[in-house]
Design a protein. Structure first.
Lengths: 373, 395
């Protein structure tokens, strides 16, 4: 996205004598150049400091000084007495199991917890450049299979848990990961189709991409939840989670196709012509020559699309699938805890932020490795 | 596909084998299109069967029936006795109301934050960076729910916050002073818009003339005449009154003024802050894309900073900014459909209610898609036109 993030800061004016300064002197110099260089800038700094100080004090008082961290049982009267004055973080230890894992059987919740760990490990491994080999693909297949086994269970003494009891963070991660894992190959195919010389295939791909990108994700999710059953023959009853998953795959496919297409356009024509001259078939040419170069070009925007996609999984709240945001919203239906939604949203926000921030840092480090283009 | 053009070597005779690229191309196309048509036909036949089994009528006849759904926040006349069609129009107006105002505000806020991000003031640029990073990395729906909860936690109307005289913030939403819109005021507004358009045309011609002979012509008399004097004259002639009505607290609610319902206000804040974070990054990279040499060269020519910003740097930055900005505008419009999560009745929410009341899922969703495809196309066309206008004219 921002390919210009590495424009260097202004260098110090040339010719300034390099004076050995004391630490205090350097701090004063830094303050003078960065916070108080001119009258306007000084006014801005002082104003901001005042506002920031006030906000920090208010946040400190609400979030820490006056906050209540634990209450006994469901007795929230102490929290309610402090409403608006202090946060009631007690809602988190009380509800975190439900927020993280939904209605998954309580004694079996080590399974979704393990699934989350596997997911994170999988992402961590995939982000390392040294692991970008064919074996990674195998690893993904194995890991996703293990995740499926753990969630469903039904063997090795693990009881069977049907999908409608899944919830929380694992569902968010499943929707995002499977959506990307299937949507990415789909996106590549569509991107190739959109650049194909065959008019029928090209127009089909254009139609698909523009149709999906032109409408809000919610309408696709509505389609999956209310229209899809109408389109199935009698007796075929596909689970709600799977239907949403299909909608997400189609959605991811269209957006990723556009990113990949951008990469394909950046590969010089000569590459594909040389492959033709060597007599490679269409698929070998694209798989071995064109796509590796194209995808390398667009890794940062791809990661940005992943981030957007991860955030967008929260929209399943509207069709009533229990992802992380839905469990958070449901957790505070409990009358005793009803008025502490802000605390719960902050908790869930931290989780979402951790994932997205990690991805965006990663995207930036990739850009930095590649250097300015 | 193309048959031979005169200069080409004579076409090879067709071999009826998949090794021949032309035959292969034809084969693949027929195969893919066949599969696509097959799938659609299969889905369609299932749908027809299912609809007849479930006794759901098809077609858009339901639009003429009485909707019976209450809509609390509407800019046009509506009662539950009105038809579904009217309900959909109300929803469309509500969607546009959020989208248009949201786009304008997000552009303003985003541009300010983007410029702040480039400030030499360390504190200001850090704060802008934190703003961008935090808002970009949280799901919009979470932010929307958060703002809505905050809105509900505001004091009741009687204890409303009064930051400025005439502005109230309470759990009834934001109440602002307003100017009554009589016919006379509308005529004046119309005169203002016409004056502005004519002024822009005149200005373009003046600049074109200056391009020819190099003589600068003053623009301000036209501005004064067309944008100030003309509306003032019309206002005087039709007798428009511009007295501002201040909202007042009577009993448990407010009277007068312009009310932004909490649902609308929460949605607007969420959309504006979220989108502005993305716009800030676009603006920042757009300005950074203009080489420093351009500033220096303008300075060397003796141009004033404001002049060089307006005529040298901004036109170049805009070329980088406009295309990604278009997709942000489209995103904001599509994201406005999250309204359904807080109960603001936009087109998606109304379609959803209709769907539950009538069971006509296909038609309702088709309507949503049509509306959004039209809006998307409209924004794309406008932005493409604007982009073409400011694009670099290459020789």
């Amino acid at each position: 996205m921002s390919s210009l993030a590495h424009v260097p800061q202004d260098p110090l004016p040339i010719g300034r004598p390099r004076v050995q300064r004391t630490l205090g002197g350097r701090i004063v110099l830094w303050l003078r150049t960065n916070l108080f260089p001119s009258v306007t800038s000084t006014i801005v700094t002082l104003l901001l400091l005042a506002v920031l100080g006030k906000a920090c004090i208010a946040l400190w008082q609400w979030g820490i000084a006056n906050a209540i961290w634990f209450v006994a049982g469901n007795d929230t009267s102490a929290c309610r007495a402090l409403r608006g004055v202090g946060a009631c973080w007690a809602v988190i230890p009380e509800k975190y199991r439900f927020i993280l894992f939904g209605t998954y059987p309580f004694d079996e919740q080590w399974r979704p917890a393990l699934v989350v760990v596997i997911f994170i490990a999988l992402f961590a491994v995939s982000s390392r450049r040294s692991f970008w080999r064919k074996e990674l693909f195998l690893l993904w297949v194995v890991a996703l299979a293990v995740i499926g086994c753990l969630m469903w269970g039904g063997f090795l003494g693990m009881s069977y848990v049907s999908q409608d009891r899944w919830g929380g963070l694992p569902v968010t991660l499943i929707l995002a990961t499977f959506g990307l894992a299937v949507g990415f190959p789909l996106g590549i195919l569509v991107a190739l189709g959109r650049r194909s010389k065959l008019p029928a295939i090209r127009s089909l791909c254009v139609l698909y991409v523009e149709l999906i990108r032109g409408v809000p994700l919610i309408s696709l999710l509505f389609m999956a939840s209310v229209m899809f059953p109408l389109f199935m023959p009698d007796g075929v009853n596909i689970d709600k989670l799977l239907r949403a998953q299909i909608a997400f795959i189609l959605y991811a496919g269209a957006y990723l196709a556009e990113v990949v297409r951008g990469g394909l356009q950046a590969v010089p024509r000569g590459q594909s012509e040389a492959a033709d001259a060597l007599g490679l078939s269409y698929w070998r040419k694209n798989l071995l020559i064109v796509l590796p170069q194209a995808i390398r070009h667009v890794i940062p925007p791809l990661v940005n699309t992943f981030i957007a996609f991860f955030k967008d999984t929260s929209l399943v709240l509207i069709i009533g699938i229990f992802d992380l945001l839905t469990t958070a919203k449901t957790a505070i239906i409990d009358p005793a805890w009803q008025s502490f939604s802000v605390e719960v949203y902050v908790f869930v926000g931290v989780i979402y932020f951790a994932f997205c921030f990690a991805m965006s840092r990663y995207s930036r480090s990739l850009e930095a490795q590649r250097g300015p283009t | 596909m193309t048959t031979s053009t005169p200069k080409r070597p004579p076409a090879r005779p067709l071999r009826l084998s998949l090794d021949d690229p032309r035959i292969a191309g034809l084969f693949w196309q027929i195969l893919v299109v066949g599969i696509a048509i097959g799938i659609v036909a299969w889905l369609w036949s299932n749908a027809v069967h299912n609809l007849s089994v479930r006794r759901i009528s098809t077609g858009f006849a339901f639009l003429g029936r009485e909707a019976g759904m209450p809509i609390s926040d509407s800019w046009i006349e509506y009662t539950p006795k009105n038809t579904y069609l009217r309900a959909f129009i109300v929803g469309l107006v509500n969607t546009l109301r959020v989208a248009v105002i949201g786009i304008v505000l997000a552009t303003v806020v985003g541009t300010l934050v983007g410029i702040a991000r480039l400030s030499t003031n360390w504190l200001l640029s850090r704060l802008a960076a934190v703003y961008v990073e935090v808002l970009r990395d949280l799901p919009l729906l979470l932010q929307l729910l958060f703002w809505y909860v905050l809105m509900q936690g505001l004091p009741a109307a009687r204890q409303a916050w009064k930051p400025v005289e005439g502005v109230f913030l309470s759990n009834r939403g934001l109440i602002l002073p307003s100017v009554p819109l009589h016919d006379a005021n509308l005529w004046t507004l119309l005169a203002l818009i016409i004056g502005l358009i004519v002024f822009l045309i005149v200005r373009r011609r003046l600049i074109a003339q200056q391009m020819l002979d190099g003589k600068a012509r003053p623009v301000w008399p036209y501005a004064l005449g067309l944008v100030v004097a003309l509306p003032a004259l019309v206002s005087f002639l039709v007798g428009a009154s511009w007295s501002i009505t201040l909202p007042e607290l009577r009993g448990f609610n407010f009277v007068g003024g312009l009310t932004l319902a909490p649902e609308y206000f929460a949605l607007l804040i969420a959309l504006v802050t979220y989108t502005s974070a993305f716009i800030a990054e676009i603006v920042r990279s757009g300005i950074q894309a203009v080489p420093r040499g351009q500033w220096d060269a303008a300075k060397a020519l003796g141009l004033k900073p404001s002049f060089s910003l307006q005529h040298i740097v901004l036109p170049q930055a805009l070329r980088v900014i406009i295309p990604p900005m278009t997709s942000q505008y489209l995103n904001l419009t599509k994201n406005s459909s999250l309204a359904v999560a807080v109960g603001y009745q936009d087109i998606v929410s109304i379609a959803n209610t209709t769907l539950n009341q009538t069971g006509q899922a296909i038609e309702s969703i088709a309507l949503i898609m049509m509306v959004f495809l039209t809006i998307s196309l409209g924004i794309s066309l406008f932005m493409n036109w604007y982009n073409a206008r400011i694009a670099l004219v290459e020789r």
